[in-house]
Write a protein that binds this ligand. Structure first.
Ligand SMILES: Cc1ncc(COP(=O)(O)O)c(C=O)c1O
Length: 441
């Protein structure tokens, strides 16, 4: 019988199988969930099944004087097990990065937050122009800082290609915050590359298994890992993943080097929470995305019953429920409602496994948007998204750029029928209150 330890297994005696090519090729054969659970096995050098939390900021050098490698003789990226100082690398974040690099399909670096990852991307690419749409207002705050520091100029997301220069950035957030609608990544990649510009995709709203921006030409992919990678509303973290074709141009090395001096690393607790969380990303995200799509289809069928019945397979909504929804709701936005783009094929190809767990609704009256969260039992009224619990936010509470009738909904893993019933009773209470108010007036 062979005593050889299977290649992915960490060795309790502390030795690791460090042949990265062998590990990579073994991992490549696995499914997404298997990768989330086993991509860091080779770093598991103790007896623990669950990863230990390492809190040390500094790490002992070798006791063997012959093995000491002075900084000037070292590559900036240390091997996985030779940590020096936690502003460079540390065990928990390194282990999380090993998993993320596999599931996001490119070398991945973690940062203190999504915004610090975006800041690091702009520091690294240092463009003269950035072509950008609406999207998360915080990213515009980061762009404003770069405008102050470097004179960076904003261009519209749909600007003519001729306005872009070599080295510029096209930044596409898809699906986009807060609406949950999607953009065609391939079209923006072609435009950027036709001018020698780079495409950054903020894929926070469509983590694996929903979308792979590298398939469609992204150069850098960013995630607010605070959302679906964390998944439990308890960790702040960001990720940049480099298109593997850019590795030989030194992108990963340079980003690692710059992160040491920006000092915006994720903490060890966040690394540990990230590993715990990312193990279940496929289960959570599939469920959340399918819950959202069912809720959106139900709301849409209630709001537009004639169109829904002409489509055939729309959910059945009673006339009474439809009347309640129509009394208070004006509009729903979500990628699953982009019927033309689904029919054209690009949306189905780019989001083959679901349209994302976030959508937005616009109420007829501002007062309904302000009051709806207080009528719901199963949705927390809070900002952020991506956690296992459903959230609703009167978006104007945290984003000054949106209209005041807008609510953003981040769907959790609860039973979707419970969420539907909760929304319906909330709408009914609002409709009843409005009727009373109108009579009183
Ligand atoms: C699309 C998107 N990108 C980036 C961020 C920023 O992430 P963080 O809050 O982790 O800095 C957010 C936060 O909501 C977001 O929704």
């Amino acid at each position: 019988m062979s005593t050889e330890v299977p290649v992915l297994n960490g060795r309790p005696n502390g030795q690791q199988n460090h042949d990265p090519h062998h590990i990579e090729s073994e991992l490549a054969k696995l499914s997404l969930s298997s990768k989330t659970i086993h991509s860091d096995d080779f770093l598991n050098i103790g007896h623990d099944v669950a990863p230990p939390l390492h809190v040390s900021t500094t790490f002992r050098y070798s006791n063997n004087p012959d093995a000491l490698l002075p900084a000037a003789d070292r590559e900036p990226s240390v091997p996985y097990d030779r940590h020096v100082y936690s502003r460079a690398t540390a065990p928990n974040t390194t282990r999380l990065e090993a998993i993320l690099s596999n599931i996001l399909k490119g070398p991945s670096l973690t940062y203190a937050s999504g915004l610090s990852a975006f800041h690091a991307a702009l520091v690294f690419l240092n463009p003269k122009h950035i072509s950008v749409g609406g999207g998360y207002h915080g990213c515009h705050g980061v762009i404003d800082i770069h405008q102050k520091l470097t004179g960076l100029k904003k261009l519209d997301l749909n600007c003519p290609a001729e306005e872009l220069e070599a080295g510029d950035v096209v930044h596409v957030e898809t699906p986009v915050n807060p609406y949950g609608t999607a953009f065609n990544i391939k079209a923006f990649a072609e435009k950027a590359h036709s001018r020698g510009a780079y495409l950054i995709v903020d894929a926070t709203f469509a983590p694996p298994p929903l979308q792979d921006p590298f398939l469609w030409g992204a150069d850098l992919v960013m995630h607010s890992a605070t959302k679906y990678i964390g998944g439990h509303s308890d960790m702040l973290c960001g990720v940049l993943t480099v298109n593997p074709t850019r590795v030989k141009e030194g992108w990963v090395k340079k980003l690692e080097e710059e992160r040491v001096y920006l000092g915006n690393v994720a903490g060890s607790l966040e690394g540990w929470l990230g590993i715990r969380s990312v193990r279940t990303i496929e289960l959570r995200v599939e469920r959340q995305s399918s819950n959202a799509t069912k809720l959106v289809a139900w709301l849409d069928a209630a709001l537009h019953p004639e169109e829904a019945s002409s489509r055939g397979h729309a959910p059945i909504v009673s006339a009474g429920d439809s009347k309640i929804v129509q009394a208070v709701l004006e509009e729903i936005t979500h990628a699953s409602l982009q019927k033309g783009d689904i029919k054209d094929g690009w949306l189905l190809r780019q989001m083959p496994n679901g349209y994302g767990p976030v959508f937005a609704i616009s109420m007829k009256e501002e007062i309904s948007a302000r009051r709806l969260p207080s009528k719901l039992a199963l949705f927390h009224h809070a900002t952020s998204l991506g956690g296992v619990e459903s959230l609703i936010e009167w978006r104007t509470m945290s984003d000054a750029t949106v209209h005041r009738r807008l609510l953003r909904i981040s769907v959790g893993i609860e039973g979707w029928e419970d969420l539907r019933d909760d929304l319906l009773q909330g709408f009914k209470t609002l409709a009843d209150e409005q009727a009373v108010l109108k009579i009183e007036v």
